[in-house]
Design a protein around this ligand. Structure first.
Ligand SMILES: Cc1cc2nc3c(=O)[nH]c(=O)nc-3n(C[C@H](O)[C@H](O)[C@H](O)COP(=O)(O)OP(=O)(O)OC[C@H]3O[C@@H](n4cnc5c(N)ncnc54)[C@H](O)[C@@H]3O)c2cc1C
Length: 252
């Protein structure tokens, strides 16, 4: 069984993730809050290299001495933006219906953007020929988007909020029971087929997150799993903040 922790480590202020890929390529990423003042230092390849080796998961992948094939790249500006076609005062514009990123722009960490785009486009293709009033059609499309793609947009927003709260230390998100249960879904799914089925149904957009994870059977399995191994929802850690700051202070 592949553990998610084989590729992921987490300190209270940073995540480190390895992306083993085809053709002997390995991607390595550090994830921090945008408020972290040490962020600019991570662009220095030497500093980045030292830091990722101090996290157990990426450190293990890098221990075979791979050769860098590129610069350190910044991946940023991935906001979640819901732009409705209509609101309570009517359509945003006459004769225009939003689809794809124009409707729901999501941080791509959950890789949902491409699935959301044709889903909305198909709905329009299936219904537009019945529309004789543009404003009513815009309102009905808006109602559909709130019931259909929006729960997956909200799933990304919730996941990002949990991460941001945890990495910036701005709330007790780790202690918060609901955040703890959400964080446990995937590691628990790797061990429990019932939870994995729910996870897969959500990831393949067959059931909304609310439907799949609120089912008593699934909730109960996650609670039991958490009770059995309270530390298991936390991946291996990494360098202390003091060490991180000492290393980033020496960046070129
Ligand atoms: C780095 C990154 C990684 C991603 N990874 C994934 C992933 O793994 N899985 C996933 O599902 N989604 C991923 N996404 C999201 C996904 O790419 C988008 O959700 C999806 O491409 C949205 O499709 P779209 O057609 O709405 O917009 P786009 O794909 O952005 O297409 C819009 C097109 O319109 C063109 N355009 C803009 N303005 C004009 C103009 N004035 N005139 C003419 N043409 C114009 C643009 O050049 C562009 O070609 C990722 C996004 C990014 C940025």
């Amino acid at each position: 069984m592949i553990s998610t922790y084989a590729v992921r480590s987490a300190t209270p202020y940073a995540l480190s993730i390895a992306f083993p890929s085809d053709n002997d390529l390995l991607g390595v990423a550090l994830v921090c809050t945008v408020k972290d003042p040490t962020l600019p230092a991570l662009r220095d390849p030497a500093t980045f290299g030292v830091l990722v080796r101090l996290f157990p998961s990426t450190g293990a992948w890098l221990s075979t001495g791979p050769r860098p094939v590129g610069e350190v790249h910044v991946m940023a500006g991935f906001d979640n933006r819901w732009s409705p076609t209509a609101d309570e005062s009517g359509p945003a514009a006459t004769g225009v219906i939003r689809v794809g990123d124009a409707l729901a722009h999501t941080n791509p960490t959950m890789t949902q953007g491409i699935s959301l785009a044709p889903w909305a486009a198909r709905h329009i293709a299936d219904t537009a020929h019945h529309a004789d009033r543009p404003d009513e059609f815009a309102r009905s499309c808006d109602r559909w988007t709130r019931d259909s793609p929006k729960p997956w947009f909200d799933l990304q927003v919730t996941g990002d909020r949990d991460n941001e709260a945890r990495l910036s230390g701005t709330s007790g998100a780790v202690e918060d029971e609901r955040a703890r249960q959400r964080a446990a879904r995937f590691p628990c799914a790797l061990e429990d087929p019932v939870v994995m089925r729910a996870w897969a149904q959500v990831r393949h957009m067959m059931r909304t997150p609310r439907e799949a994870f609120a089912a008593a059977k699934v909730k109960g399995r996650i609670e039991k799993w958490l009770a059995r191994q309270p530390e298991a929802a936390r991946p291996p850690s990494g360098p202390s903040r003091d060490t991180w700051e000492t290393i980033t202070a020496g960046a070129r």
